[in-house]
Design a protein around this ligand. Structure first.
Ligand SMILES: Cc1ncc(COP(=O)(O)O)c(C=O)c1O
Length: 438
C-alpha cells in the first residue's frame, strides 16, 4: 500500500479508478456470500454480508469445545483477543499487538473513559452532535464524575465543519471522542487535523472508526491517534460481538483502566488477590473472559478485507457512490450525503420526499436535506424495499442509507433506485407503515 493510498481521508485514493479486471475480480467474490444470491444487499454500513467461511469457522469453534474441551483455552482461545486484533492491525496499518478485541464500541469507550479523572482545569470532553448516540451516552455519564461536556452542533444536521470543532478544542480539553465517518450522512471528518489540534493543546482523541474501517483506507500509525475503536458488524463483515480497541503503543502503560478484570492482570493464572497488577501488553485494557465465538465468526470476513486491501475497496466505493448519487438525482430523488466523494464514506443517503410531493430534487452543496425530509415516508419505503428483498435502512433526519460494498454490482444500484421510484409513484409504501426497524 502506498502512502497516498493510506491517506487518512481517503482522498488520494479517489484519483485512481478501479480497472475492469479489478471489478471482475471483486464481483467474482459474490459467490462467497450466500445472501447475495437471494437479496439485493446494500446495507453493509449496518450488517456486512456473511462470508461462507463463517460456517467452517464456527464449526471449528464447536469442534474444539466438543473435542478439546478445557484445553481449547491454551490451544488458542486465550490468545484470540490479540491474534484477532493482529488481523485488524494489518487492515488499519497499526503495529501488531496494538489492537485488542472487546465486545462493542460502548464497552470499549467505557474502558477508555475509565482511564481518566475529570478534575479541573483539564476536564472538558469535546464531541459533535452527530456522534453515534452510544458514544454520547458513555461520555455524558462522565459529567457525574466532574467532566464538562461541550457538544459542537452540526449546522445542517449532516456535517460538522472542521473549523467549528477545532475552535472548541482548547487548553481545558481532556478528550475528543469523535466518529471518523458520521453514521447518518457518511460525512468523513478530517481526523488528521482534529488530532493535530488536540495534541497541540495537550488533549487526546478517541476515534470511532466503525463507519470507516473496511471501506475508507487510513493508517492508525500515520494518524498518530491516541485511541481508536470500532466493531465488526459493518464494512469489516465480521458479525456482532467483535469490537476492538487500539491504544497508541507509547501510551499503553500510562493508563490504569478502572473498568478492568482478571484478563488485564500481568499474570491472570497466578490468581493473586488484592489490587490488580496491570499487564504491560494491550491485554491491560481487557476485563473478563473473551467472547470466543464472536472472534471465530469475525475472522473469515477480516481475511477477505485484508486480502483485497481497503484502498481497492475505496476506489470501487467512490465510483459506485458517485454513480448512485447521479442516478438518484436523475430519478427525481434528493441526495443528502456530502457531494464531494473525498468527504464521504461508503454510504449515500437518499430522500424520496420530493418525488412523493411531485417537486424537483436537488442536493445541497454540503449535502443538507432540502425541502423537509418526510421520515415516515422514508421508513415505509425501506420496508417496501425489504418486501422485494432489497435491503437498505433509514435514519431520521438523514434518509434512506444505501451502501455498495466490494461485492455489489452497478445493476443492483439501479435496481434499488428504480424500485424506490416505483414504490413512491404507486404509493406502495402505504402498505408498509409501522413495524420494527433495524
Ligand atoms: C459510528 C458508530 N459507532 C458505534 C456504533 C455502535 O456501537 P456498539 O458497538 O456499542 O453497538 C455504531 C452503529 O451501530 C456506529 O455507526
Amino acid at each position: 500500500m502506498s502512502a497516498a493510498e493510506k491517506s487518512p481521508n481517503g482522498s488520494a485514493a479517489s484519483s485512481a479508478a478501479t480497472t475492469a479486471a479489478e471489478e471482475a475480480e471483486l464481483l467474482a467474490r459474490r459467490a462467497d456470500y450466500p445472501i447475495l444470491a437471494k437479496s439485493t444487499y446494500l446495507i453493509s454500513h449496518s450488517l456486512g454480508a456473511m462470508h461462507r467461511g463463517v460456517f467452517d469457522s464456527m464449526q471449528e469453534y464447536a469442534r474444539m469445545w466438543a473435542e478439546r474441551g478445557i484445553r481449547s483455552w491454551a490451544e488458542g482461545w486465550w490468545a484470540m483477543p490479540g491474534t484477532t486484533g493482529d488481523l485488524l492491525c494489518d487492515i488499519l496499518d497499526a503495529p501488531r499487538g496494538s489492537i485488542v478485541m472487546q465486545q462493542n464500541v460502548s464497552v470499549t469507550q467505557s474502558i477508555v473513559a475509565s482511564c481518566f479523572d475529570y478534575k479541573p482545569p483539564r476536564n472538558k470532553i469535546v464531541y459533535t452532535s452527530l456522534n453515534f448516540p452510544t458514544v454520547m451516552y458513555v461520555w455524558e455519564a462522565r459529567a457525574r464524575e466532574g467532566a464538562v461536556i461541550r457538544e459542537v452542533a452540526s449546522p445542517d444536521g449532516m456535517t460538522v465543519p472542521t473549523e467549528l470543532l477545532l475552535d472548541a478544542i482548547d487548553e481545558q480539553t481532556l478528550l475528543v471522542p469523535i466518529s471518523h465517518v458520521l453514521y447518518k450522512s457518511a460525512y468523513l471528518q478530517d481526523a488528521k487535523r482534529i488530532i493535530e489540534k488536540a495534541h497541540s493543546v495537550g488533549a487526546m482523541v478517541v476515534l470511532d472508526c466503525y463507519q470507516s474501517a473496511g471501506t475508507v483506507p487510513f493508517s492508525l500509525r500515520e494518524l498518530e491517534v491516541d485511541f481508536a475503536c470500532g466493531g465488526s458488524v459493518k464494512w469489516l463483515c465480521g458479525g456482532p460481538g467483535a469490537g476492538w480497541l487500539y491504544i497508541r503503543p507509547d501510551l499503553r502503560e500510562r493508563f490504569e483502566p478502572k473498568v478492568t478484570g482478571w484478563m488485564a492482570h500481568e499474570a491472570p493464572f497466578d490468581f493473586v488477590p488484592g489490587p490488580i497488577r496491570y499487564a504491560k501488553s494491550s491485554y491491560r485494557y481487557l476485563h473478563g473472559s473473551p467472547a470466543v465465538p464472536a472472534m471465530f465468526a469475525a475472522k473469515p470476513g477480516y481475511e477477505v478485507i485484508r486480502a483485497i486491501g481497503v484502498a481497492k475497496i475505496r476506489r470501487k466505493s467512490q465510483r459506485q457512490t458517485e454513480l448512485l448519487r447521479r442516478e438518484a438525482l436523475a430519478r427525481g430523488l434528493n441526495v443528502t450525503s456530502p457531494v464531494d466523494p473525498a468527504r464521504r464514506g461508503g454510504t449515500i443517503t437518499i430522500d424520496p420526499t420530493p418525488l412523493a410531493r411531485g417537486g424537483a430534487a436537488g442536493a445541497g452543496a454540503s449535502g443538507a436535506a432540502g425541502g423537509g425530509l418526510d421520515d415516515r415516508l422514508g421508513a415505509a419505503v425501506v420496508k417496501a424495499l425489504a418486501a422485494r428483498d432489497i435491503l437498505v435502512d433509514f435514519r431520521p433526519g438523514a434518509g434512506i442509507r444505501v451502501s455498495p460494498h466490494f461485492y455489489n454490482s452497478d445493476d443492483e444500484l439501479k435496481l434499488c433506485l428504480d424500485a424506490v421510484v416505483e414504490i413512491v409513484k404507486t404509493r406502495d409504501y402505504e402498505k408498509h407503515q409501522g413495524g420494527a426497524a433495524y
